[in-house]
Design a protein around this ligand. Structure first.
Ligand SMILES: [Zn+2]
Ligand SMILES: [Zn+2]
Length: 171
């Protein structure tokens, strides 16, 4: 699959480079677009958080087969307190937030970011959440869920997308 990465607001350059390298290693074609500001309409000053659907709209307006918006701001979607990301199921746009991925351990942070990116891209290729806890399409309610799952699709999810995985992260 082909993905255009669209940074929204300030995103550390080394984080974008790592994501680019990790996606390529998984067999995903990557183009990193010039960054854009986080839309003012996304900010909710009462919560000091940002509305994920507004960042998804940025992705829908950008060029690319799939557009992955990457941001460091904290995202939410009502009625959830926060989300790690959001995506159009069977569509073009996806967004991930790095805000809650705890960058203290850079290797762990990098792996979490990759898994969240692939999870949202999995929605783009039409997948819903998967009950298998080790499948990348399992819903992450907290970081422990993200850490439990792997970066790849389980056999059932591979079957659901027609038998050919859109990416494969080597062990
Ligand atoms: Zn999801
Ligand atoms: Zn699965």
């Amino acid at each position: 699959m082909q993905v255009s990465v669209l940074p929204a607001g300030d995103v550390e350059k080394n984080v974008l480079e790592a994501l680019d390298a990790d996606l390529r290693r998984a067999g995903v074609g990557v183009t990193t677009l010039p960054s854009q500001g986080v839309p003012g309409a996304a900010h909710n000053p009462e919560r000091d958080q940002y509305r994920a659907p507004e960042l998804l709209k940025m992705g829908r307006r950008a060029h690319g087969e799939h557009v992955l918006v990457v941001t460091e701001v904290d995202l939410y979607v009502d009625p959830l307190n926060f989300v790690f990301g959001q995506a159009d199921v069977g569509g073009q746009a996806a967004v991930i937030s790095l805000h809650r991925l705890s960058p203290d351990d850079s290797r762990l942070f990098r792996f979490r970011a990759l898994k969240e990116a692939l999870h949202e891209l999995g929605h783009n290729v039409g997948l819903d959440h998967c009950p298998e806890a080790t499948c990348v399409m399992h819903f992450s309610n907290e970081l422990a869920d993200t850490d439990r799952k792997g970066p790849n699709l389980c056999p059932d999810c591979v079957e659901r997308v027609g038998g050919e995985p859109p990416w494969r992260v080597p062990a």
